[in-house]
Design a protein around this ligand. Structure first.
Ligand code: NAP
Length: 371
């Protein structure tokens, strides 16, 4: 019998990318989908291939409806997970829970899913009866796919990173802020962008508009357009942001590394005005001196999504920008060179679509494993 799979959060950034991918791969033929919402209960089900599915959106807080499902896949966010997951489990629900939110990732009964890296562990966990499967943080997934060969061959001593994370990483509200900010500036530029205006005057006027109290920053809190935000998520006791903290913790959980085997990973996570796709720059201390050709071979042989971009300006501009990989599953890695710090220090830069490999794709793939 086909399984009942409930979708919560399918209207959001991650959820809508998930549905699109599942349609592309004909995944919906393998189960019966049931769609939920926290705000649109009773409205029509989503449209698939221009046809609206029969039926209406169910209430994502209705425990009786949820208890009937074999699998719940949620991209709704932390508040929903915190509220519903414990009640469902304590009510005896034994179905599979698949989640994009971070809350359950570090629980001992949860598996962080990124199957090109930990597929064996995922399959073993399913056999062992585990029921909770959580996607990793987006920058963690993208880093691990880019550097998968170095992780797999145990070549990394530590990593220092800087991220350049897109607005859409903050969800639909965040991207609306960015677009409203564009619109706000456009109203001024439309009238003032001509050759007779002094460029310094324009710069001054724009700065003034961005500093006004009515500039739209509901979610981003400060302007993101023509600016950047050097803090993502909450503060940890050690001064890291939670986004920075996740890099070491989740990576080592995925690799099942503990105690003295833990790979040290630290750096800064920064939000920039890119629409979609997270970029990261790495300084990696290798355990031994390996030549660049071998490093590139090890990296590119690891999985079919990673590709090496030659360390040339023209290639980097063509293949190593957020715009060039938006909407694809590609994980390009470039700017690969030995750092001037020494032969064991590797410098590199990578990009990935944080809504695909960084969020929706690992969830879609674990659902297929479970089915
Ligand atoms: P999101 O776009 O804000 O969507 C979450 C929910 O907000 C939707 O399911 C929808 O729920 C509601 N919503 C309110 N206004 C909406 C609008 N105008 N358009 C669409 N939905 C709207 O959040 P998200 O970015 O997808 O993130 C979901 C979870 O995935 C979070 O836990 C996040 O941390 C995690 N995650 C996100 C990313 C990313 O790149 N964005 C990457 C990895 C993990 P209702 O239908 O119930 O109203």
């Amino acid at each position: 019998m086909k399984k009942l799979v409930g979708f919560v959060g399918w209207r959001g950034m991650v959820g809508s990318v998930l549905l699109k991918r599942m349609l592309e791969e004909n995944d919906f033929e393998k189960f019966i989908p049931v769609f939920f919402s926290t705000s649109q209960v009773g409205k029509k089900n989503p449209k698939f291939k221009k046809k609206i599915l029969p039926g209406f959106l169910k209430d994502a807080y209705n425990l009786e409806e949820l208890m009937e499902l074999d699998i719940i896949i949620t991209c709704q966010g932390s508040d929903y997970t915190q509220k519903i997951y414990p009640i469902l489990r304590s009510s005896g629900w034994l179905g599979y829970w698949i989640d994009a939110a971070s809350d359950l990732r570090m629980n001992k009964d949860s598996v962080i899913v990124l199957d090109p890296i930990n597929g064996k562990n995922i399959k073993q966990s399913i056999e062992n009866g585990l029921k909770t499967f959580i996607g990793s943080n987006c920058t963690v997934s993208l880093m691990m796919l880019a550097l998968g060969g170095l992780f797999r061959n145990n070549l990394i001593e530590w990593i220092s990173f800087s991220t350049y994370q897109a607005a859409s990483g903050g969800g639909s509200g965040y991207i609306m802020d960015l677009l409203q900010q564009v619109y706000c500036l456009n109203k001024y530029l439309y009238k003032n962008l001509d050759l007779s205006t002094s460029i310094l005057k324009i710069e001054k006027d724009i700065t003034k508009i961005m500093n006004k109290n009515n500039f739209p920053v509901k979610n981003s809190l400060v302007p993101l357009i023509l600016n950047l935000i050097p803090w993502i998520d909450s503060r940890m006791n050690n001064g890291q942001s939670r986004e920075e903290w996740k890099m070491e913790k989740e990576t080592n959980k995925i690799l099942k590394k503990k105690n003295k085997d833990i790979i040290k990973i630290d750096g800064n996570c920064v939000r920039i005005g890119a629409l979609r796709c997270h970029s990261q720059s790495f300084l990696i201390k290798l355990k031994k001196n390996i030549n660049i050709n071998d490093i590139e071979r090890i990296i590119s042989n690891d999985n079919k999504w990673v590709s090496i971009v030659p360390n040339e300006k023209s290639e980097s501009l063509k293949k190593l920008t957020p715009l060039s990989i938006t909407g694809t599953l590609k994980i390009p890695i470039g700017r690969i060179r030995k750092s001037s710090l020494g032969q064991k220090y590797l410098s590199a830069f990578s990009i990935g679509d944080q809504l695909l490999w960084g969020a929706a794709e690992p969830l879609r793939r674990v659902l297929k494993f479970l089915l």
